[in-house]
Design a protein around this ligand. Structure first.
Ligand SMILES: [Mn+2]
Length: 429
């Protein structure tokens, strides 16, 4: 079932097709001079998929304020509709990652039927023990899985087990665990004891993982705890993942590192030790800003994909990371930002496929620093937009998804059917 009328997509595509074909032909000729077959690359672009986070379809905000958009999704069913719109147009976002209890429903079978009807799959359920829910017995004010009180830890474990159970009904295959546990004052928390308590809790969740499931740990340097965080960096992350077992891997959120950290090298290390579980793509300038993917550091994103494509090319054992967006859209229409970002991540992947790996390895072997760097730049500097557009067109999507989205009038339509709940309270980022 399409949310954006196929006839409309086709009509608009027809007005853009001649230009696209011309650009695609030109790029094909250019690539063939480097012995690259544009059809092979376009087929890879068609295969590439990145998941949309259910919470990304709502307007984000900061702890100061949130400025609500029009026609915002009111529940997971509305969010699914928006995800379907994104996929109808971009054809590279066929799955959704839910967040519980935000997306909790009474009947998960009904939710699964709805997603099936929209042609969407579920991946990576996310547990939430970083805020208290109405009626919750024990508070997470001083942590969840690492809380000093056993009853609070048990409550957090139970929630994670519920998330797995709900995820199984939806057909998901992994759970991502991020905790806000940490401290705001030096001395507040015993570093080792809190990490031990975290590990003890995680072992209990790991023990209940279904056979075909993975557990992904997400680290974050700061916030809500501003002095120390239990899973602060990729070091604590991989230590925990190694301690828990082979089905536990690390998840890399691009915004959850200290400034200037070499994320692509971290990715390489995780790949080497079979610990790369997946990604939350976004961009960042100061901290965990959750800016749109590729909006600020497209070269960094490309260098990350250089590592990923390298692992793919070398058929690295156990390499199967899950790709997902995780952004906060404070001033844009979330659907537009997610469409744009999915394409920007796809763009990095396609550019990384164009790298002449044999030449690069040769320059590395010869210690030819400049030529090695230029080899990467050569691929990065190519505009692969015609490949992305052709992949979308061939898969039934829109050549120019944002143009088609705006012409569809979708946001105005849902503004009528989804009345605003009112209020501009601070938002979840
Ligand atoms: Mn994240």
């Amino acid at each position: 079932m399409q949310r954006i009328d196929k006839t409309l997509i086709n009509e608009i595509n027809q007005t853009q097709l001649a230009d696209l074909e011309s650009d695609f032909r030109y790029l094909g000729e250019k690539l063939s001079r480097s012995d690259i077959d544009i059809e092979t690359i376009t087929a890879a672009a068609e295969k590439f998929q990145i998941a949309v986070p259910s919470w990304g379809t709502g307007t984000g905000g900061t702890r100061f304020a949130r400025f609500a958009g029009i026609g915002e999704p009111r529940n997971i069913f509305d969010k699914l509709e928006d995800c379907a719109v994104i996929n109808d147009l971009s054809q590279c976002t066929d799955s959704v990652s839910p967040h519980f209890p935000w997306d909790k429903v009474d009947d998960f079978t009904e939710l699964k039927q709805r997603s099936d009807a929209l042609g969407l799959k579920w991946i990576a359920v996310n547990s939430n023990t970083f805020q208290d829910q109405v009626g919750q017995e024990h508070t997470y004010k001083y942590g969840s899985l690492s809380n000093t009180a056993e009853a609070t830890r048990e409550q957090a474990i139970e929630h994670n087990l519920d998330c797995i159970k709900w995820g199984q009904t939806l057909g998901a295959k992994s759970i991502t665990v991020w905790v806000g546990d940490g401290s705001n004052h030096p001395g507040q928390q015993h570093f080792q004891r809190s990490f031990e308590r975290y590990l003890e809790s995680m072992r209990k969740i790991y023990a209940e993982l279904p056979a075909d499931w993975e557990m992904h740990i997400e680290h974050k340097m700061f916030e809500p705890a501003f002095y120390s965080t239990v899973i602060q960096d990729w070091g604590s992350n991989i230590l925990a993942a190694m301690e828990l077992g082979p089905k536990c891997k690390s998840l890399v959120d691009l915004g959850h590192h200290a400034p200037n950290v070499n994320i692509e090298m971290i990715v390489s290390r995780l790949i080497q030790f079979k610990k790369l579980g997946g990604f939350h793509f976004n961009d960042s300038k100061y901290g965990d800003d959750d800016l749109d993917s590729g909006s600020l550091h497209p070269y960094q994103q490309f260098l990350i994909f250089n590592e990923l494509v390298d692992a793919e090319a070398r058929q690295q054992e156990g390499f199967n990371p899950a790709y997902m967006l995780d952004q906060s859209h404070n001033v844009t229409d979330p659907i537009e930002s997610l469409i744009n970002s999915a394409a920007e991540v796809q763009r990095s992947y396609i550019k990384a496929l164009l790298i002449d790996r044999d030449a690069l390895y040769g320059h590395q072997q010869d210690n030819d620093a400049l030529m090695a760097s230029n080899e990467l730049k050569k691929a990065f500097n190519l505009d692969v937009s015609p490949i992305l557009a052709m992949a979308r067109y061939r898969a039934g999507g829109a050549i120019e998804p944002l143009v088609t989205y705006r012409q569809s009038g979708y946001r105005q339509q849902v503004a009528t059917s989804r009345p605003s709940a009112g209020g501009n309270s601070s938002g979840i980022v």
